[in-house]
Design a protein around this ligand. Structure first.
Ligand code: HEC
Length: 430
């Protein structure tokens, strides 16, 4: 059987070579899976698209990728996969852990799909990447190691099919025996629990009281990074307080979750210069989202009484959100767009700015958050779009604010940072 198949391939190849040389030349010029497409997919997709992980299908084997090729072409061209929705035409453009494809990679995938998704010479296939865990830690590749501390919720929690919304509180001991500073962190539901964990808010409780907010995970959330020179203190004996919103799985199955918090720590004894803060900005709770409307806009404002350096922007909307922008309005009324990102409720993505482009904002400025919503049948996340929707905690209610990560700068630090940035721009390294 195998021999027959092989000789069939040989005969058809020979046929091409002998009879249709120009068509063959054209064929060999188009990208192939083995040489051109697999490297892109293995690098950018199989972290999630592999057996047992969070995506609906594995994209490791040629035969499966071939079947999906036109859907893949469509999703990568619309930039809805990989999930990273920052607007590439406006605002700051340079991010840590930017998982979007380049224009050239998108063109390669499209040309391959258009050419009939040829396999190519299998001996050129890159090795299949190996992951230690069903759910990959976003930063494991960048930082070069898995988290230093992994803290699960105390027990697995089962969300029954068709059940109600649950808001659970759990506590987990960290087991830390010394004070340390946090460099980065990420919250990950288990692969099975992925569809039922709508949010997981973690905060620290220090043994002598105090502590504070750590992170909000919501569907599809990436990692939070404290850039060099910044960090958050976690004390010996800290326990983690979890507030988790579970909602029944859309696939109608019981799902058991064991969410984990992964912490990367600064080396022992290293203290950062600045304390990183993550907070809401531009909240607007006066939401009025009439049924059937496609383009509803809300605005929220935050007055800054300190100089700040913004390190990350993470839109926060619910099912009906479609897009959010952050701009700064300076005291002299000049306005500058910092970032815009499209929104899909399945993906709560923190856009971590690269250090040399982190926005420097003087005190007295206003952060202005603009959000857009679609409460019509054209939004796949809309429920019954005849209904009005307002502000609320359930995913079917809506919200409008940004999570902004930043640290404060004294006037001297602000002036020094601006001078450094101007020198960088003058040197052409902007
Ligand atoms: C961070 C995880 C992740 C990464 C990285 C990722 N995907 Fe996905 N992908 C998902 C999940 C989860 C879904 C289902 C939910 C959705 O559509 O948003 C999905 C859906 C899809 C779909 C639609 C499937 C359908 O049923 O219509 C396609 C096509 C796809 N991905 C292709 C890709 C390609 C190609 C890449 C890389 C270039 C990629 N994805 C990268 C997680 C990921």
């Amino acid at each position: 059987m195998t021999t027959n198949k092989k000789s069939a391939v040989f005969i058809s190849t020979a046929f091409w070579l002998l009879c249709v040389p120009s068509a063959f030349a054209q064929q060999s010029a188009s990208p192939t899976f083995a040489e051109h497409v697999a490297p892109i997919i293995y690098d950018n997709c199989v972290e999630c698209h592999r057996p047992g992980s969070i995506a609906p299908m594995s994209l490791i084997d040629y035969e499966i990728v071939r079947v999906w090729s036109s859907v893949i072409k469509d999703r990568v061209q619309r930039r809805t996969m990989p999930p990273y929705f920052i607007d590439k035409t406006v605002g700051v453009q340079s991010f840590e852990d930017d998982r979007s494809l380049t224009d050239a990679e998108i063109a390669t995938i499209a040309a391959w799909a258009d050419a009939g998704s040829p396999r190519g010479d299998i001996s050129h296939m890159p090795p299949v990447p190996v992951y230690a865990d069903a759910v990959a830690w976003t930063l494991e590749k960048d930082i070069g190691r898995p988290p230093d501390l992994i803290i699960p919720i105390p027990d697995p929690f089962t969300v029954p099919a068709g059940g109600p919304n649950w808001w659970m509180t759990f506590y987990s001991d960290t087991g830390l025996t010394e004070d340390r500073w946090i460099q980065a962190f990420e919250t990950k539901p288990s692969a099975e629990g992925y569809p039922v964990v709508h949010h997981a808010v973690t905060s620290m409780e220090f043994p002598e009281g105090g502590g504070g907010f750590l992170s909000e995970y919501a569907l599809g959330k990436t990692a939070d990074i404290n850039p060099p020179g910044t960090g958050q203190l976690i004390k010996a004996g800290t326990r983690v307080n979890w507030n988790i919103h579970y909602a029944a799985s859309p696939d109608g199955l019981d799902r058991t979750d064991r969410t984990r918090l992964g912490l990367w720590l600064l080396p022992q004894g290293e203290e950062p210069k600045h304390k990183l803060i993550r907070s809401h900005m531009g909240d607007n709770e006066d939401l009025d989202l009439p049924g059937g409307e496609t383009n509803i806009r809300t605005d929220g404002y935050e007055f800054l009484d300190k100089n700040i350096r913004i390190t990350a922007f993470q839109p926060h909307l619910h099912n009906l959100g479609t897009r959010q922008c952050m701009e700064v309005i300076y005291q002299d009324n000049r306005r500058q767009t910092l970032s815009c990102a499209d929104w899909d409720f399945g993906w709560h993505i923190a856009y971590n700015y690269k250090e040399d482009v982190q926005p420097l904002i003087p005190k007295g400025s206003m952060i202005h958050i603009t959000s857009w919503f679609d409460n019509s049948p054209s939004n796949p996340w809309a429920g019954d779009s005849r209904n009005w929707v307002g502000f609320g905690q359930r995913s079917t209610d809506d919200m409008s604010f940004s999570w902004i990560s930043y640290y404060e700068l004294t006037d001297e630090e602000y002036a020094a940072s601006v001078a450094e940035r101007q020198a960088q721009i003058a040197a052409g390294s902007d």
